[in-house]
Ligand binder design. Structure first.
Ligand SMILES: Cc1ncc(C[n+]2csc(CCOP(=O)(O)OP(=O)(O)O)c2C)c(N)n1
Ligand SMILES: [Mg+2]
Length: 333
């Protein structure tokens, strides 16, 4: 049985849920103001992400995110300025330190982080260490061959991996019913020889309990678990997307379910874990925190375009040599 969170832990989870939502909302605005080049908001993912972060040990375990795990990074105590500094320019460099953070750079090649997590977990096993890899995958990502290979080898080698599938019901414009045959992602775990379960991903405590149990199991050497967290992507896929082209507001009202932030606020309020003055304190601290992040992002130096051509190949291909010449030409004009 997973132990209940303490009052302090719940207050901290509430703080993170509020900050994750507030930061997401601001980041969309900052994109519209030209401060960041693009962003995939996690609106609707907050309970899953804060609950999942509460289930891991940020000093031992390692998270392999996709591009939509801002709340996990936040709740793990990742340096958010450095993390968001990457979004300002290239998403993958800057001062963000993945090793110190136990959180890899965001991964936009859908499905590729599964094998990374499995490789890291194999390393833990070979080295006799007890870290657990948390692989974050979307419903769309489960269609990728990489995800199959990752789950298969995690099962074959009995590795310490928790596959957290955030089933937000959409892969950009493709609804889950159009790419998950059989209706259950959790059920697929049976084919890989490890447990799979579905949780209400709008419930912070349910996700925390599921991830804690899966992590404990992996740490005992009992192998992987697949957790399908059922949520709804309440925002656009990314700042470049217009959901109005493939779903209506009526669809959203019908399918979105309860807002996880509102739900957790009611839950902690009703149980007396927080009161109105704590809510106000968290909100005003969040506002100051956002102002600091905005100041930091707006004062970051611009990155040089020539960085596009370094750290990819030891020697540039002919195509890239031509592209670099074209870029230099346009930069001069
Ligand atoms: C290998 C690969 N194929 C296609 C894409 C384009 N793409 C970016 S996000 C995305 C949908 C992913 O959906 P899902 O896994 O459900 O994650 P979500 O965006 O809903 O969080 C696709 C197809 C990509 N980035 N990588
Ligand atoms: Mg999805």
């Amino acid at each position: 049985m997973v132990s209940e969170p303490t009052r302090e832990q719940e207050r901290e989870m509430y703080r993170c849920v509020v900050r994750a939502r507030a930061l997401d909302v601001e980041l969309v605005r900052w994109h519209r103001q030209g401060i960041i080049p693009g962003f995939p908001p996690s609106i609707g993912h907050e309970a899953t992400q804060i609950g999942a972060a509460a289930g891991i040990d940020a000093t031992r375990d390692f998270v392999f995110p996709m591009y939509r795990e801002l709340g996990i990074a936040l709740a793990m105590g990742v340096d958010m300025l450095a993390y968001l500094g990457n979004h300002n320019s290239d998403w993958n460099g800057g001062s963000f330190d993945p090793v110190a953070s136990h959180f890899t750079p965001i991964q936009s090649v859908v499905g590729s982080n599964g094998p990374h997590a499995v490789g890291w977990a194999l390393g833990q096993k070979i080295d006799g260490l007890d870290g657990v890899a948390l692989a974050c995958i979307g419903d769309g990502g489960t269609s990728q061959g990489d995800t199959h290979e990752a789950m298969n080898f995690a099962g074959v080698w009995n590795l310490p991996v928790v596959f957290l599938v955030s089933n937000n019901q959409w892969a950009i414009s493709v609804p889950v019913a159009k790419q998950v045959a059989g209706g259950s992602i959790a059920a697929r775990a049976a084919g890989y020889g490890f447990p799979g379960l579905a949780v209400d991903g709008n419930d912070v405590l349910a996700v925390r309990a599921a991830v804690t149990e899966a992590v404990e199991r992996a740490r005992r050497g009992e192998g992987p678990t697949l957790i399908e967290s059922k949520i709804y992507r309440r925002g656009p896929h990314a700042t470049s997307d217009d959901p109005g082209r493939y779903r209506t507001l009526d669809d959203e009202r019908r399918d979105a379910g309860e807002d996880p932030v509102v739900r957790y606020r009611s839950s902690v309020l009703e149980r007396g874990v927080i009161d109105e003055s704590f809510i106000a304190e968290v909100d005003s601290e969040a506002a100051l925190w956002l102002e600091d992040i905005r100041t930091y992002l707006t004062t970051l130096p611009k990155r040089g375009g020539e960085e596009l051509f370094v750290n990819v190949y030891a020697e540039l291909t002919d195509d890239l040599v031509q592209q670099r010449a074209a870029w230099e030409e346009s930069a001069r004009s």
